[in-house]
Design a protein around this ligand. Structure first.
Ligand code: BGC
Length: 396
């Protein structure tokens, strides 16, 4: 009897213990469910909050023209990066016109964007649009080119443009031997503040070698007049402007080609031979290179560029353009987006230096540039993942 009682008690004990276990498990499960539900709600709230930032903080981007591969590349890189980050954005092109650019800015203000990233067509003319945006409470990020003569610029994302010009000039210097080397100078558009900075960077490297006779300028009397002077884009703006007046390409392929042809027409055979050409960017470099290549008195030429545009990379592989300056657009786009997000979330973007725009010192974080020629094109542009090898022919 005693045994039966013990057995019965044990059974009761085991059953009640397992029931407690079941209840415990059920309680744990219920608790887990509650936690999971809470987490889900929190996640949903977080997403909703992010969406609110996205919706309330959409970004407008205004780029100068679709006529140059450079700006199409910026559009693609913006679109890739902003789509991946889940931001609402719109890219508008200004068709090379300041009036269109102002319309674009106004359209974005009307749509309620909170940040406008703008690469001005004309550095000074863009001030009016920037001021309208500022008055509407929109943050303005000047992209690649600085908007000048206004305090309505919050931030400037750019490359180190002095070093772009310096890299172009240094390439010519490194390839020159002896004295009396014919030098042809070309510049960007006088409406673009960068054109002055590139020229400063290039000039200050070339000038001592012009002064000592290594190079002889063949196409600008204004540059010859200043050949004993170092120049500063801000302090010597007018002097540089006078030189640019003689050698501007207006960032236009056709203008560049016509100017190069006109220069070659008036130059004697002795002014040609093995020539050195400071060309401000890739588009104009290809046009100028074509003009020099077509002149039978030109034996060889060394010519600079910038932007690492696909057609120019092909020219470099083919030996028709000597170098380009890679300005990694992915970095510029990432910096612009980081600055925009900083503003959308109530912060301020990183500043490492400032650029004076004639009215204020605009906070900025310039990015470094890389010289690319035939020797490092594979490593700098293909191995780095910037371009696909399949976009070119004749790569080793
Ligand atoms: C940019 C260059 C570009 C040029 C012409 C400059 O302001 O920095 O990358 O080639 O404009 O569009």
């Amino acid at each position: 009897m005693k045994k039966i009682l013990i057995l019965l008690l044990s059974v009761i004990f085991i059953i009640s213990f397992s029931l407690v276990g079941v209840v415990g498990c059920k309680e744990e499960a219920a608790e887990e469910e509650v936690v999971a539900e809470e987490e889900e709600v929190a996640e949903e709230e977080e997403v909703a909050e992010e969406e609110e930032v996205v919706a309330a903080g959409s970004v407008g981007i205004v780029l100068p023209t679709k006529d140059e591969p450079r700006w199409i590349q910026d559009e693609t890189r913006f679109s890739d990066a902003l789509t991946a980050a889940g931001y609402d954005f719109e890219v508008l092109f200004s068709e090379g016109s300041s009036a269109k650019e102002k319309e674009n800015v106004e359209a974005l203000i009307t749509k309620g964007v909170q940040v406008i990233i703008i690469c001005p067509q004309d550095s000074t003319a863009a001030a009016a649009a920037a001021e309208e945006a500022r008055d509407a409470g929109v943050k303005i990020i000047s992209y690649d080119r600085l908007i000048t003569d206004t305090d309505a610029v919050d931030y400037y994302v750019t490359f180190d443009s002095v070093s772009v010009g310096a890299a172009q000039a240094q390439y010519l210097v490194d390839k020159a031997t002896g004295t009396g080397n014919p030098l042809y100078l070309y510049a960007g558009a006088a409406t673009d503040n960068n054109a002055f900075i590139f020229f400063q960077g290039g000039w200050n490297v070339l000038q001592p070698l012009i002064a000592d006779g290594t190079f002889v300028i063949k196409n600008s009397s204004e540059a010859v007049a200043l050949q004993d002077t170092q120049l500063d884009a801000t302090a010597d703006h007018d002097a540089i402007g006078t030189i640019i007046g003689q050698i501007t390409t207006n960032w236009d392929f056709d203008d560049a080609k016509s100017l190069a042809e006109a220069n070659l027409t008036v130059a004697s055979a002795a002014d040609k031979g093995d020539v050195f050409i400071l060309a401000p960017n890739d588009g104009t470099s290809r046009a100028i290179a074509d003009a020099f290549a077509a002149d039978s008195d030109v034996t060889s030429y060394v010519i600079s560029g910038q932007d690492a545009e696909i057609p120019s990379v092909q020219y470099i592989i083919d030996g028709k353009q000597s170098m380009t300056v890679l300005k990694d657009v992915r970095t510029l786009v990432a910096d612009a987006i980081a600055a925009a997000i900083a503003y959308l979330t109530g912060g301020a973007p990183e500043e490492t230096t400032t650029y004076n725009n004639g009215v204020i010192d605009v906070p900025c974080k310039p990015s470094v540039v890389v010289t690319v020629d035939k020797d490092n094109v594979q490593e700098a542009l293909i191995d780095s993942g910037y371009y696909e090898a399949s976009e070119f022919t004749g790569l080793d």
